[in-house]
Design a protein around this ligand. Structure first.
Ligand code: GRF
Length: 189
């Protein structure tokens, strides 16, 4: 059994999709959902789906080993699904090639500090980009810079708003993220 722990900061629709994808698997299981926000909607989703969950603060995450130890005890893979804090080096180093993030743009474009959520899609529309897409990548200690595992793009129409782009992104994320996670776990063990 490979145990997945999801870190998420917000709504958690990707987290829910991943939990559902693996719910009947005999070999992969989402065992825990953790958030840096105690009122994040992702925790309500985890409760509803019967997945253990909890929240942590800055000290737990960055200046003590609290979260590191929870992850070491519970996770074979750590999945970042809309998680907004930069990972401390100790966590990155404890899980080489075992931490996977999804970014709602075609990295290396529209990555880095401040490029999250609607900011990404607003920038894509403001720059009249002809395409956008999703990037699934390993996590290293720099924002959005780990090795890319998977990308898929779509056409941005001249009439698309940032909300339209966000919707197209979510559709691609739901379709691909769980499958890519599964493939990585099958290939990397
Ligand atoms: C997703 O678009 C993800 O790519 C980005 O944040 C969004 C999270 O959405 N990093 P949700 O919380 O899974 O609904």
């Amino acid at each position: 059994m490979k145990r997945i722990v999801i870190l998420a900061s917000g709504s958690g629709s990707n987290a829910e999709n991943i939990i559902n994808y693996f719910k009947n698997s005999a070999v992969f299981k989402v065992v825990l959902v953790l958030s840096n926000k105690k009122d994040a909607k992702v925790l309500d989703r985890a409760n509803r789906l019967g997945v253990s969950n909890g929240s942590f603060n800055r000290v737990d995450f960055s200046s003590s080993d609290t979260v590191l130890n929870i992850l070491k005890e519970n996770a074979d893979y750590v999945i970042l699904a809309g998680f907004l804090w930069k990972l401390p080096e100790a966590i990155v180093n404890a899980f080489p090639n075992k931490i996977i993030n999804i970014h709602p743009a075609l990295l290396p474009k529209y990555g880095g500090k401040g490029m999250y959520g609607m900011h990404v899609h607003e920038a894509v529309v403001a720059n009249n980009e002809k395409e956008s897409g999703i990037t699934i990548h390993y996590v290293n200690e720099n924002y959005d810079e780990g090795a890319i595992i998977f990308q898929e793009s779509f056409e941005v129409l001249p009439t698309d708003t940032a909300e339209d782009v966000a919707n197209k992104i979510h559709t691609l994320e739901y379709k691909n993220f769980p499958k890519v996670i599964e493939k990585v776990m099958l290939e990397n063990g």
